[in-house]
Design a protein. Structure first.
Length: 494
């Protein structure tokens, strides 16, 4: 008789074996996730966050999209603070004579499994007499569920971005790009400190689309040349559904599908040049399926628009905010008080890395499509009348496309430290520079959260940021950290 084998190795040996086989980049990301976990803040307080969250409570408890009682709940928590919110969203009515909600439903859809689990646990706990569980849809347990969901979705987006990036650079530089963009850009702020905003979910939706797009590609690059191939019809349809998810998280995120449009253009050009009508027909069917997946995926959003606004399109309030023929592109990038590159200087080398990819024949196409996705997001963000995003931490509407920044920064790191025949910098120097960008970003976050009030947060003021970084920040770090980690609610009540 054959006896079953047993693993007689010591636990330390098994750990060593696990470490040897594991993807070191993913381990590094998990380590950073654990280290940054104490920054996670479970609260809902701003206008956009309330609008995203209200979908869940209204649908689960009221079976409608009338947000009157949801808005009244949050307003009652602090009437003076929410006076503007009440005036703009509750007192005013939309085209269907309902309270205004300009948020799409994507974040609520992603949160819904966590919210429903929280509701089930709260209901069970309340039924057995545990007073801490209040199944009213608003209690801290529900808030924790949706905010922690955003944190997890953001982390999943980073993992997807890493797995995409390692197709173009080594695992080391893919992890470098992920960690530095994560910690040296507004991403860490919107993942950990303000998770109920949609930006962590946006990162997830866009990274997922890009990852699936690349994994299902039929084309390849040989000797720097684009060789058209075949993507399965099923994959085309799935890309359409995922594009709809991205658009439902943030409408502008649907622009990531410009990547698929450029890919289709290249493939059509090659097949038409060869007069391969069979492949042209197959590609056309694939494109039709993508559009079908997109339309079908958008049905939930269109239905919500119909019930909420009285028509299957966004509120006219959203449309009135956009000026597509006069985008503030230069301002969004370089304005001293609102420019994304002033708020997050790390994005400059990230974009430089994408541009450098254009000079690498085997990665030129990837550089083209990622730059196109970045420019599409940039153009739409710059078209908003509220392009300054005054009062927000950095260019928050540009957080979702972080996968492009990650790949660009990872490539630049490799190019500086390992590209032959010339190596410009030692790997340790590149890592040290990345660490400096991270320290700078945390210093700016500290100033934004601690040294600024609602009025002074409206503008960055780079000269003041530099001065305060060396004169005010060092003296307040330990006192502020003690308050933040010991009494979070009191810290935000200041």
């Amino acid at each position: 008789m054959i006896k079953p084998t047993t693993d007689n190795r010591q636990p330390t040996s098994r750990l060593k074996d696990f470490y040897r086989k594991a993807d070191k980049g993913i381990l590094a990301l998990c380590l950073v996730f654990v280290v940054t976990l104490p920054l996670f803040t479970a609260r809902i307080y701003a206008s956009d966050e309330i609008q995203y969250f209200s979908y869940l409570h209204s649908v689960v408890f009221d079976f409608d999209v009338d947000f009157t009682n949801e808005y009244q709940h949050f307003i009652a928590l602090d009437p003076p603070k929410y006076e503007g919110f009440k005036k703009d969203l509750l007192d005013k009515k939309n085209e269907n004579n309902l309270p205004i909600n300009v948020a799409p439903i994507g974040s609520a859809l992603l949160w819904s499994p966590f919210y429903l689990v929280a509701h089930g646990i709260s209901s069970a706990g309340s039924a057995v007499g545990i007073k801490a569980f209040n199944p009213n849809g608003y209690s801290p347990f529900y808030i924790f569920a949706v905010t922690f969901a955003s944190l997890l979705y953001g982390f999943a987006g980073l993992i997807l971005a890493y797995m995409l990036a390692r197709n173009f650079v080594s695992k080391f530089w893919a992890a470098f790009g992920c960690i530095v963009i994560w910690l040296a850009s507004p991403l860490i702020f919107y993942m950990s400190l303000t998770p109920p905003m949609s930006h962590a979910n946006s990162l997830f939706a866009i990274s997922l689309w890009l990852y699936v797009w690349y994994r299902t590609k039929g084309w390849k690059i040989e000797d720097g040349k684009f060789i058209a191939g075949q993507r399965s019809l099923k994959s085309w349809f799935i890309l359409g559904l995922l594009g709809a998810l991205a658009a439902m998280v943030r409408e502008q995120d649907g622009s990531v599908m410009i990547v698929g449009a450029i890919e289709a253009f290249y493939c059509y050009w090659q097949w038409l040049r060869r007069k391969n009508w069979l492949e042209v027909r197959r590609l056309f069917i694939g494109n039709v399926l993508l559009l079908a997946g997109l339309v079908i995926g958008l049905v939930p959003q269109l239905l919500v628009y119909q019930f909420l606004n009285g028509h299957p399109t966004p509120s006219t309030i959203v449309g009135n905010k956009l000026r597509f023929f006069s985008p503030q592109l230069f301002g969004l990038m370089f304005d001293f008080n609102h420019g994304m590159f002033w708020w997050a200087p790390i994005l400059i080398p990230a974009i430089v890395g994408l541009i450098l990819m254009l000079f690498n024949r085997s990665l030129r196409f990837i550089g083209i499509v990622l730059l196109a996705a970045f420019v599409a997001e940039l153009y739409i963000s710059a078209s908003f009348q509220t392009w300054t995003m005054a009062g927000s931490y950095g260019a928050r509407r540009m957080v979702g496309i972080s996968a492009a920044y990650i790949i660009g920064l990872g490539y630049l790191g490799w190019w500086l430290a390992e590209c032959k025949p010339r190596r410009f910098l030692n790997r340790k120097v590149v890592l040290a520079i990345g660490a400096l960008f991270i320290l700078w970003n945390f210093g700016v976050i500290f100033q934004f959260s601690v040294l600024r009030d609602q009025t002074t947060r409206q503008n960055l003021q780079p000269d003041k940021v530099v001065a305060d970084m060396f004169t005010k920040v060092p003296g307040k770090i330990f006192e502020t950290a003690g308050k933040f980690f010991s009494n979070r609610s009191d810290f935000y009540r200041k």
